[in-house]
Design a protein around this ligand. Structure first.
Ligand SMILES: [Zn+2]
Length: 121
């Protein structure tokens, strides 16, 4: 996933035997144990915030001056649930678009921004 994240893309494993999509990556499918996994790569993935919290303190020097930070548990429409940074305050039920990127240490992190409704009123 790191290579995809470095390109700003989110990669989820998809089992070619049963279609299960899983995150984080594993060597075998979590449903049928098949080892025939492929990467499903997207620029962003729609999802819904299940829960969120706000960090007001961190021992991580990189967060100095950036607090408070919003963090959330997000259920991706593809199935997996992940933890990611929220670009703004969100509550349970908020629709978001999740993207991957590398943090300052080169580790893949997920970031969720409010989804823009495509509905026309
Ligand atoms: Zn499977």
């Amino acid at each position: 996933m790191k290579a995809h994240a470095a390109e700003g893309r989110l990669a989820l494993q998809r089992c070619t035997a049963c279609g299960n999509i899983q995150y984080p990556p594993r060597e075998l499918c979590g449903v049928c144990l098949a080892d025939t996994l492929e990467w499903r790569v997207t620029d962003d993935e729609p999802g819904e915030v299940l829960a969120s919290t706000v960090l007001h303190h961190s021992h991580e020097p990189a967060f100095n001056g950036k607090l408070p930070i919003h963090v959330g548990l997000i259920r991706l429409d593809a199935g997996p649930t992940a933890i990611g940074f929220l670009t703004e305050a969100c509550s349970a039920g908020t629709r978001v678009r999740v993207t991957a990127k590398l943090d300052y240490r080169g580790r893949a992190v997920l970031s969720a921004a409010l989804a823009i409704s495509k509905e026309v009123s």
